[in-house]
Design a protein around this ligand. Structure first.
Ligand SMILES: *Cc1c(COP(=O)(O)O)cnc(C)c1O
Length: 353
């Protein structure tokens, strides 16, 4: 069976054109700084995000970890959302490898960290407290319905942090989705942060990789951290070429994914027994490529619905908390016809007795 795979935008397959770009990329040893394709990707991403330098890493998790380790040390504290990917899904790497103390505060339903709560969380200089070194934002916010944070909000967090001598790191796994959804230049979303990680392997459709950007000095430190975690790669231009191809060809088309997600959301909202929106914001409108919904019928949980969808050729992703929430993601390999088929499958799966 040919599945319609809505589990994640990581499921994208490289296109033939992308594979050709990979096969023909000039390469060298990137640990020696000699891979021209990696160098080009790092420079290109840094230019797009208005930063001095970039660093190609194997994954978003490695990019966030290397950034956090470059900003903070043992016994330092970082403030981040209680629904942040870094807090929930990165195996506690900053604590495990860096001894960095996470200080989670409540994510608002739109994915932001309320400014007054950030202020209250910043530590005074007192021997009892770990020093606050870093604030982490996430844009778009995965667990908060794929919502984009506005440039004005990011600026406000930057201003607050910098006035207290604290750095800001942005988990921009889906930064380009945010920029496309808001109709702003990606630079507007990064101008107030000290570092940013962007995934090439999500909606941009590359098979592997992320890029971290920041000042030259920061990137030199992040490069050392990448080496520590074993992330120094050799002829990595083979995979960096896919990222370059994606930057050139797959950004504007993210709008199609957002349209498909809105279409899927409209379909879901018309199905009795399903309710749109993530747990913290039921009814929340879909703005990018992630569609969260909950099953309101007590006799079906997300695992059951997932099994029934699978039997109908549609793959979805149950996601906590509770056993009744699911997430569907649109991407490069999902057509509008697939969305209509998925809606039909959902309707039939929910009403199956
Ligand atoms: C996927 C994701 C990451 C991590 O990316 P990997 O490449 O899977 O390690 C980080 N942050 C967010 C918000 C993500 O969705």
């Amino acid at each position: 069976m040919q599945f319609i795979d809505l589990r994640s935008d990581t499921m994208t397959q490289p296109t033939m054109e992308m594979r050709t770009a990979m096969a023909t990329a000039p390469v060298g040893d990137d640990v020696y700084g000699e891979d021209p394709t990696v160098n080009r990707l790092e420079a290109e991403m840094a230019a797009r995000l208005g930063k001095e330098a970039g660093l190609f890493v194997a994954s978003g998790t490695m990019g966030n970890l290397g950034s956090i380790l470059a900003h903070a040390g043992r016994g330092d504290e970082m403030i981040l959302g209680d629904l942040a990917h870094t807090f929930l899904y990165e195996a506690g790497g900053a604590a495990a490898l860096g001894g960095i103390h996470p200080h989670p505060i409540h994510n608002a339903p739109d994915g932001s960290l309320p400014l007054d709560e950030i202020k209250a969380a910043i530590r005074e200089d007192d021997v009892h407290f770990p020093p606050t070194r870093l604030i982490c934002l996430e844009n778009t916010h995965n667990r908060c319905g794929g919502y984009p944070l506005s440039p004005e909000y990011c600026d406000a967090v930057g201003e607050l942090a910098h006035s207290r001598g604290i750095a800001v790191h942005l988990d921009g796994a889906r930064l380009f989705n945010a920029a496309v959804a808001l109709g702003v230049d990606p630079h507007d979303l990064t101008r107030s942060v000290d570092s940013v990680m962007v995934c090439l392997s999500k909606g941009l459709g590359a098979p592997v990789g992320s890029v971290v950007c920041g000042t030259r000095e920061f990137i030199a430190q992040a490069r050392r951290m990448r080496k520590i975690v074993g992330g120094g790669m050799r002829q990595a231009g083979i995979i960096a070429a896919a990222g370059l191809y994606a930057l050139e060809h797959h950004i504007d088309r993210l709008a199609d994914d957002h349209e498909n997600a809105a279409r899927l959301a409209a379909g879901i909202s018309a199905i009795e027994g399903l309710e749109l929106g993530p747990d913290r914001a039921p009814g929340q409108e879909v703005k990018t490529n992630l569609v969260y919904f909950r099953i309101t019928r007590p006799d079906i949980d997300a695992a059951t619905l997932t099994t029934r969808l699978h039997a109908r050729g549609v793959l979805g992703h149950p996601i906590g908390p509770g056993a009744n929430q699911m997430r569907l993601a649109t991407h490069l390999n999902v057509t509008t016809a697939d969305i209509d088929a998925a809606i039909t499958a959902l309707r039939s799966a929910v009403s199956e007795t």
